[in-house]
Design a protein around this ligand. Structure first.
Ligand SMILES: *Cc1c(COP(=O)(O)O)cnc(C)c1O
Length: 382
């Protein structure tokens, strides 16, 4: 018997209360009950996203929200500045290319945060850019970006700021309105504790002005159509309603804990996980770690697959490796959403045992102790 432990940065574990909602009989999506649920979850999403802007529910994976943000905001032949600092940020550039949008590719070395000054310079050099596309938590490198500082800069320009918050929202502090995020894209299967299948998009008045200025080519992801329906707490097409019922349960859990406390919990989990990794003599990959996951370098002499496969075989733990150019170089461990102190501690304990058996020199318990010190508020000894 192996108890499955999903420690991936999306999909992430789903709580029992939410899973039970998925077993309910399907209701009709134009019924009053459906409308009531959408009314309720829309209010809940606004609270979690810290926004008064319009929030729309799309039946798609997170990328659907990114595509909607792109195709509705920048006309073909228009220009977008992409804060390209990882595999997922590069997706913005790929979507732009698919729609004939010119990309100013602002590259940042993977694992490092975007420097807000470079955004300011890029906006000065490209006053015709309609949109700046960034990321709150770059899942491919485990990096958190300074969205607040970037938002302040973009707010002074004509461009709108679109942020991929797919693995960030619900794990890292995010004040959509206060930070000047004009379009926030979120997915269901990361810190929001749902299975994959829903995407959410929050749109500011500044972004609506851009959206209303031209006719987007998109049919399914047309935000003007979505806005019209959202006003009646409805969706243009049949939504994944079962997931929306589950969303209501997940949001209730987040609201009961309080979003500020949810952010605090992730901060502690991430700090403890980082402390444990460092205590094992391993190196963090990112210079500014995100809070929903931890990425670390594969120790010399070992293969990432050896470590990850042993974690699965011995302890039922699923982790992920690196993507694209980081394949084989890093391991990423998720601790987002339905995750607590003991999940991090047991994950580190398993990693100690697996590394030890693979010949990596370590004292059993060092990572666990380092994590416990964070949780009980006693900083690690130097
Ligand atoms: C998971 C993720 C995506 C992709 O989302 P899908 O739901 O797979 O479409 C995009 N960006 C970030 C930062 C992610 O973590």
């Amino acid at each position: 018997m192996r108890k499955p432990r999903l420690m991936t940065p999306g999909p992430a574990p789903v709580p029992e209360e939410v899973l039970l909602e998925l077993a309910r009989p399907v209701i009709h999506h134009r019924s009053n009950e459906a409308k009531e649920v959408i009314t309720e979850v829309t209010a809940g999403l606004k609270e979690v996203f810290k926004t008064k802007n319009d929030v729309m529910i799309l039946t798609a994976s997170g990328t659907g929200a990114m595509e909607a943000a792109t195709v509705n905001t920048v006309p073909p032949g228009g220009k977008a500045i992409v804060l390209n600092a990882g595999y997922f940020a590069d997706r913005w550039a790929k979507i732009c290319k698919a729609y004939g949008i010119n990309v100013v590719n602002l590259e940042t070395e993977w694992g490092h945060p975007v420097d807000p000054q470079t955004v300011e310079n890029a906006l000065k050099a490209n006053p015709d850019a309609a949109c700046v596309m960034g990321t709150l938590s770059e899942t491919s490198t485990g990096t958190g970006h300074p969205v607040e500082a970037i938002g302040k800069i973009v707010a002074k320009s004509d461009a709108v700021f679109a942020v991929d918050g797919i693995s960030g929202v619900g794990a890292m502090e995010c004040h959509t309105d206060k930070w000047g995020i004009d379009i926030l894209c979120v997915g269901s299967q990361k810190a929001l504790m749902l299975p994959p299948g829903l995407a959410f998009i929050a749109v500011s008045d500044k972004a609506w002005a851009k959206i209303d200025a031209f006719d987007s080519k998109s049919f399914y992801f047309n935000l003007k159509t979505a806005r019209k329906k959202a006003k009646e707490f409805d969706t243009p097409f049949t939504p994944a309603h079962t997931l929306i019922l589950a969303l209501r349960a997940a949001l209730k859990m987040i609201q009961t804990e309080g979003i500020e406390n949810v952010w605090d919990r992730h901060r502690r989990l991430s700090e403890a996980c980082q402390a444990g990794i460092k205590a094992l003599g391993l190196e963090l990959f990112s210079s500014r770690p995100a809070e929903g996951l931890t990425a670390f370098n594969v120790p010399a002499g070992l293969k990432d697959s050896q470590i990850r496969n042993a974690l699965t075989a011995k302890f039922g733990i699923t982790t992920v490796g690196g993507q694209d150019k980081l394949k084989g170089h890093i391991i990423r461990v998720g601790h987002m959403g339905y995750t607590d102190e003991l999940d991090v501690i047991s994950g580190l304990a398993a990693l100690e045992m697996v590394l030890s058996e693979l010949g990596h020199k370590l004292e059993p318990g060092v990572a666990v102790t380092a994590a416990q010190r964070v949780f009980i508020g006693k900083p690690a000894r130097a």
